[in-house]
Ligand binder design. Structure first.
Ligand SMILES: NC(=O)c1ccc[n+]([C@@H]2O[C@H](COP(=O)([O-])OP(=O)(O)OC[C@H]3O[C@@H](n4cnc5c(N)ncnc54)[C@H](OP(=O)(O)O)[C@@H]3O)[C@@H](O)[C@H]2O)c1
Length: 278
């Protein structure tokens, strides 16, 4: 596994993380006490940990914090980087604090490495949320603050709202099909040392498995190297910068193990040129 410093945290995380958003049915079911495929999901996260991935992304809305807790049992907590998120309906100061306490309980942890605002709110001023986030750092309940789904202007506003700490990361959709962050947000993050967690790194499964209806360049590169499509998707993202961290979903142990071997593929100049125009 390749390890890279995550933003300005000083912490080295695996170059890929594990996403734990499954689907709306999982979320709805878990409210009713039904945890479809729970064992498989836990085994998938364990498979990632065994493959050297030490970076897991969850969120209060995903209802997967308890399974992350179960999957990491027996691991050295200090070697893991656990990211979770507060949802957009909990961004008032006292609600942020309550959400964080609930996440800590569900995760069975004393601290969260990265606490992210899942989506910006049009109702709550960002300074109020950031003031709560900073107080959580002061209390030692979270180590770092991140954002997700913030465009460039909202990112700049969030940075201006910080009094004591820096925003270390953002989380945005980013893959071979969707490069919209390259317009302005990514260059800003590159300049400011902000880590980018690329969600939908496999374009929600469109660049995975035996898909045949793919743009020619992706197919060509995978065929040339006899590589799984997911390795092309992951290595392309990693080639976009030291601050990019793809977080493919971990729900099937076989897929997680295969994806973790992404460094079997090395993209050359010709590949990168081909993939430019996909
Ligand atoms: N911040 C946000 O607002 C936000 C929004 C959405 C997602 N996210 C995060 O991003 C993570 C990833 O997003 P995602 O799951 O939607 O998209 P993704 O990782 O791009 O794609 C997941 C899909 O690819 C399939 N897949 C993965 N590896 C495969 C392989 N080796 N062979 C065949 N199929 C493979 C998966 O199937 P299997 O399940 O069968 O492996 C699944 O259907 C989420 O889990 C979540 O943590 C964040």
């Amino acid at each position: 596994m390749i390890f890279k410093e995550f933003g300005k945290t000083g912490f080295k995380v695996s170059a890929i993380g594990m996403g734990t958003y499954y689907d709306p049915a999982w979320i709805a079911g878990s409210f009713l006490g039904i945890h479809r495929n729970k064992k498989q999901h836990i085994d998938a996260i364990k498979a990632g940990l065994e493959s050297g991935i030490n970076f897991i992304d969850t969120a209060e809305i995903y209802n997967t914090e308890p399974i992350v807790s179960e999957a990491i049992k027996g691991m050295n907590r200090e070697e893991l980087f656990i990211a979770t998120k507060v949802f957009t309906n909990h961004l008032r100061k006292e609600k942020v604090i309550k959400s964080c306490n609930r996440s800590l309980k569900r995760l069975g942890m004393k601290y969260i490495d990265l606490y992210q605002i899942h989506f910006p709110s049009s109702m709550v001023p960002i300074w109020e949320t950031m003031s709560a986030m900073e107080s959580l750092v002061d209390e030692g309940k979270i180590r770092h603050i991140g954002i997700s789904n913030f465009d460039l202007v909202k990112t700049q506003n969030a940075i201006e709202a910080m009094k004591k700490y820096e925003i270390v990361s953002t989380q945005m959709p980013y893959n071979l099909y969707n490069r919209s962050i390259e317009k302005d947000l990514k260059p800003f993050c590159d300049r400011n040392g902000i880590a980018i967690m690329a969600y939908y790194p496999l374009a929600h499964g469109r660049i995975a498995g035996n898909r045949s209806n793919l743009p020619e360049p992706i197919k060509k590169v995978a065929e040339k190297h006899k590589s799984p499509l997911t390795h092309v998707a992951i290595q392309w993202l990693l080639s976009r910068g030291e601050n990019v961290f793809p977080i493919p979903r971990a729900s099937n142990p076989l897929h997680v193990r295969e994806n973790a071997k992404f460094s079997d593929l090395i993209l050359d100049e010709e590949d990168l040129n081909l993939l430019k125009g996909t």
